[in-house]
Design a protein around this ligand. Structure first.
Ligand code: 8DG
Length: 332
């Protein structure tokens, strides 16, 4: 399955740019991290921190980004590119998870830099890497770091011990974890009808389509960062607006999202999903379509994949889609 990240494009936050580290960052990085107050909180940083190690480590980060193994980035001020700290993720491909780490130079403490940077990288990772989970840890005596993690959406899951180079041995740590649901923006649920029972959920009507190309491959689109369920793959489509039929909604969505023209006659009803999410109940008719006009284009910058029916299971999809995937694979 394709990894959507080939070259790393810097991530912007309100005040900072999370960008690949450069050789020129070494001197400032060394100055900031060769500080006991910083080094003592980091598992893999020795103290004192040799100046050469800064060059070596920066060199290794570029290789690991290129290999898709780890994303260790500079936190640089947007206005003057001054390095204030680092934020990073190390992937565990088999576990579909990544470990988050960060530090901020002492002279830059007290400005909320760590949550801003770590929150942005976490949301990006769940939307763009093939992972479902983030992990992190903080020394039990580092309440400030634990507070950063809970502030950005992590949950504390237990305690453990970890080797700390700077401390010369194992130290007790608090363990944290976060998944998609922890970072989701509030779901855009329709308002419940006034006469609805107090415990009933509003029904959300979404129309979706399995576009099938001449090679019998199905188009999936990756839900972008910032939307609920970001990073999961889905059938193109969207909410049916008031006064629209599902077919009209799909014709509109396919034009907006993929730049193609579809006619109602080419939308064949296939199956539907009926699934209870926390805030609403999804009702989603799935159509199949083999004929359209125009070139399929990611009009909203989303990642697209043409997938063979037998490979559909390799793509993590929303829970509502699971029965549809099985039906589609059998049908195609
Ligand atoms: N399009 C689509 N949505 C799906 C699938 N599976 C699934 O659970 N959903 C859910 C996710 C969302 O809660 C909802 C679709 O809402 P959406 O927010 O993407 O709709 P939209 O394109 O109209 O987006 P927006 O304008 O509100 O941002 O349906 C699927 O395969 N395709």
């Amino acid at each position: 399955m394709p990894d959507s990240v080939t070259a790393f494009a810097p991530l912007a936050t309100e005040r900072f740019l999370l960008r690949p580290l450069r050789a020129e960052d070494a001197a400032e990085l060394h100055r900031l991290v060769n500080d006991w107050e910083v080094a003592k909180t980091l598992a893999r940083v020795p103290f004192p921190y040799p100046r050469d190690l800064a060059d070596e480590w920066i060199g290794s980060t570029a290789e690991r980004v290129a290999a898709g193994e780890a994303y260790h980035l500079a936190i640089a001020r947007r206005e003057d590119d001054v390095l204030v700290g680092c934020v990073g993720l190390t992937l565990d491909v088999a576990a579909r998870s990544a470990e988050l780490g960060y530090w901020v130079g002492r002279r830059h403490w007290g400005q909320g830099i760590a949550p801003e940077a770590a929150g942005r990288l976490s949301r990006w990772a769940l939307a763009n890497l093939n992972i479902d989970r983030l992990t992190a840890s903080a020394l039990t005596d580092n309440a400030r770091s634990a507070a950063v993690l809970t502030r950005i959406g992590f949950r504390e899951t237990g305690a453990g011990a970890q080797d700390f180079l700077s401390r010369g041995g194992a130290m007790p740590v608090r363990l944290f974890e976060a998944g998609r649901a922890d970072f989701a923006p509030p779901p855009a649920a329709p308002a419940a009808a006034p006469e609805a029972a107090a415990d009933s959920k509003p029904i959300l009507l979404v129309a979706a389509v399995g576009l099938i190309d001449a090679d019998n491959r199905v188009l999936l689109a990756r839900r972008p960062e910032g939307k609920p369920l970001a990073g999961l793959w889905e059938f193109p489509g969207g909410k049916v607006h008031p006064g629209e039929t599902p077919e009209r909604a799909l014709i509109r969505e396919l034009k907006e999202e993929l730049g193609i023209d579809v006619t109602e006659a080419c939308l064949a009803p296939f199956a539907f999903a009926s699934h209870g999410y926390e805030a609403f109940h999804l009702l989603m008719p799935l159509y199949l379509c083999r004929r359209w006009q125009g070139q399929v284009t990611a009009m909203e910058g989303q990642t697209l994949a043409w997938v063979r029916p037998m490979r559909l299971a390799d793509y993590a999809m929303p829970p509502a889609d699971r029965p549809l995937v099985a039906l589609l694979r059998d049908f195609l």
